[in-house]
Design a protein around this ligand. Structure first.
Ligand code: IPM
Ligand code: MG
Length: 358
């Protein structure tokens, strides 16, 4: 029987709660489908570890992860540790260290979820956002001089490389091609940012020639926010820089009804290194330990992980179980306006998964 080695990093806040729920659902799914199993190793990395040892993960932590088939990640970020410390100490260190350059964020309105846009049906909002995940505005280049003095200066340099832009464009075009509408929107800001973003546009046009069957268009990021709200049905696959896609994906999650259900995958498409799968919602310290975190984002993230591991049947089954459960409003957690607990939602997804009439 195939066995997939999974590194489970619950991280901070509600991260460990949702990852525990996600692992239960994945294990049930493997049992139901047969033919594969999970070999899970848990890591206690995160802000608590930082407070005790000064590091979110041990030295060599990223190397340790290389031996795994995938990483299942909860959240990182704590109210009493600066955000840039937690982020660069764990999540970005893993993404950059394992060259997970394609961040993929599907957005759909799941059954039973109330979305804020009037007159937009679930069928009309079905997007997948591809976020460049290794450079751009998150490259980490820059510095500060004359700290604390009136002449203090800080730079935050965006990096766009031909190699980096080309690979994310190829990935996005290929993904667009694999979807029924074969449509890609390239988000840019080349009217104001005349170096990096112009290179971005030029490479998009070059790569477009390799994909003549994909219809591509270009949108300035500011206008894109309006199009997402006013004409969501005109969009399908979207590619954007690290920061632009960060912002657009929160908007997308809100338009689909909740940040609590949105999943994401940090992929190394060449599979030289393991990819990492995480819900988008973050650590949500206000509800830690209450047992009411919404595990749906983590389950959907598990669907992406199953797909990536090469278990599309199991992935589809888990997705159907998720949709069965979201359709029932008595199984909504408080973030969706309901009263259900993490446990109830998890049990319901597992029951649907194991059932014969899914
Ligand atoms: C995301 C998050 C992170 C990001 C935060 C936690 C730094 O917003 O995954 O979208 O900006 O990348
Ligand atoms: Mg974000």
């Amino acid at each position: 029987m195939k066995s997939y080695r999974i590194a489970a990093i619950g991280g901070d806040g509600i991260g460990p709660e949702v990852i525990a729920a996600g692992l239960k659902a994945l294990e049930a799914c493997a049992k139901r489908e047969g033919g594969f199993r999970f070999d899970v190793q848990e890591f206690d990395w995160g802000s608590d570890r930082y407070k005790r040892h000064g590091l979110l993960m041990p030295e060599g932590g990223v190397d340790e992860l290389r031996a795994f088939d995938a990483i299942y990640f909860g959240a990182v970020g704590a109210p009493d540790v600066p955000d840039h410390v937690t982020l660069w100490g764990l999540r970005l260190a893993i993404c950059q260290g394992l060259d997970q350059y394609a961040n993929v964020r599907p957005t759909r309105i799941l059954p039973g979820i109330t979305a804020p846009l009037r007159n937009v049906s679930a069928k009309e909002l079905d997007w997948i956002i591809v976020r460049e995940n290794s450079e751009g505005e998150y490259a980490g280049q820059g510095g500060r001089s004359h700290k604390g003095l009136p002449e203090e200066v800080a730079t935050e340099v965006s990096i766009f490389t031909r190699a980096g832009v080309t690979r994310i464009m190829r990935f996005a075009f290929a993904l667009a091609r694999s979807r029924p509408r074969k449509r890609l929107t390239v988000v840019t800001k080349s009217n104001a940012q005349r170096h990096g973003m112009v290179l971005w546009d030029e490479i998009a046009a070059e790569v477009a020639k390799e994909f003549p069957d994909v219809t591509a268009d270009k949108m300035l990021v500011d206008a894109m926010t309006m199009r997402m709200v006013l004409k969501p049905q005109t969009l399908d696959t979207i590619v954007a820089t690290n920061l632009h896609a960060d912002i657009l994906s929160d908007l997308a999650a809100a338009l689909a009804g909740s940040l609590g259900i949105a999943p994401t995958a940090n992929l190394n498409p060449e599979r030289k290194f393991p990819s990492m799968f995480e819900p988008i919602h973050g650590s949500a310290f206000d509800i830690v330990g209450k047992g009411i975190a919404n595990p749906i984002g983590t389950f959907w993230t598990g669907v992406m992980m199953l797909d990536h591991l090469g278990e599309p049947r199991a992935a589809e089954r888990l997705m159907r179980a998720i949709e069965r459960v979201t359709a029932d409003s008595t199984l909504h957690t408080p973030d969706l306006g309901g009263k259900a607990t993490t446990r109830q939602v998890t049990d319901a997804v597992i029951a649907a998964l194991m059932g014969d009439n899914l």
